[in-house]
Ligand binder design. Structure first.
Ligand SMILES: C[S@@+](CC[C@H](N)C(=O)[O-])C[C@H]1O[C@@H](n2cnc3c(N)ncnc32)[C@H](O)[C@@H]1O
Length: 250
């Protein structure tokens, strides 16, 4: 079983709640794109004639908030707007939002901070989003932001000093050999495929999916794109390893 680490819970100074303005930026940037795509791509007439209410949205890797609430509001409002535009204002359905994250996520903080004025029913769906979490053909809109780059496991080759992809104990692949990059990329491909297969099972015919994933253009060296430098990551890596050794020996 790979170990699973959720974000820091609660509302304190070290919590994800108080330290997620970077990820909030991604949600803000995606807003207009999501609105445009719902307007362009969603066949609400077909959906309202073939599927049963309520209209179901899921956020995969929602953490403890508050960014997920911003994203869910944008999606719900865009769907409502689309229905009005298509002359289906009288048929605006109930909305149900499924908040998904690892079972160790602080769902108490998430649910305690649900916005009062939210116009949707809320439910928690704990578990690994690489697996099926919802019934077949039950979901209308799948959303995930800043979560899909989390690998389900560390590729074993990077910690094996007999492998050509050994990463010499580093915590990051920036500036590493191509073999290291390749095993991380192959783990990502496997994880993404599992995620997409699970969503293919859950989404209704004609449903939509919005995935916001931090990415790197091929033309840019990955070491030039991180928000911290390669050297800083190396120092951070050594500190973490020293810390881990101390914890193990005490
Ligand atoms: C950086 S946070 C992003 C949270 C939120 N989407 C946002 O934009 O603020 C990434 C979240 O993905 C969750 N996550 C990572 N892998 C997951 C998995 N396999 N299944 C469910 N949640 C996962 C983590 O627990 C974490 O809460």
């Amino acid at each position: 079983m790979p170990q699973v680490y959720a974000m820091n819970g609660g509302n304190g100074p070290q919590s994800y709640n108080q330290n997620s303005s970077f990820q909030r930026g991604a949600v803000e940037v995606a807003k207009e794109l999501i609105k445009e795509e719902i307007d362009k791509e969603l066949d609400v007439k077909q959906l309202s004639s073939t599927s049963v209410h309520p209209f179901r949205i899921a956020d995969f890797g929602c953490s403890t908030g508050p960014n997920t609430f911003v994203a869910m509001k944008v999606i719900r409002e865009a769907l409502e707007e689309k229905l009005r535009k298509e002359g289906l204002a009288s048929e605006v359905p109930e909305f149900q939002v499924f908040f998904n994250d690892h079972i160790s996520n602080d769902f108490n903080t998430l649910f305690a901070s649900l916005p009062q004025e939210r116009h949707y029913l809320a439910a928690g769906v704990p578990g690994d989003f690489h697996k099926v979490l919802l019934p077949k053909a039950s979901l209308h809109f799948a959303h995930s932001s800043c979560s899909l780059h989390w690998l389900s496991d560390v590729p074993k080759e990077v910690t094996d000093n007999t492998s050509p992809a050994w990463n010499k104990g580093k915590i990051h692949y920036g500036g590493a050999k191509k073999e290291v990059l390749e095993v991380y990329a192959s783990q990502f491909a496997k994880d993404l495929e599992s995620f997409l297969n699970a969503r293919a099972h859950e989404l209704v015919d004609g449903g939509l999916m919005a995935l916001v994933i931090p990415a790197v253009l091929d033309a840019i060296r990955e070491s030039q794109t991180t928000i911290v430098t390669e050297k800083e990551l190396e120092v951070l890596g050594y500190c973490l390893m020293d810390l881990a050794k101390k914890v193990r020996f005490h």
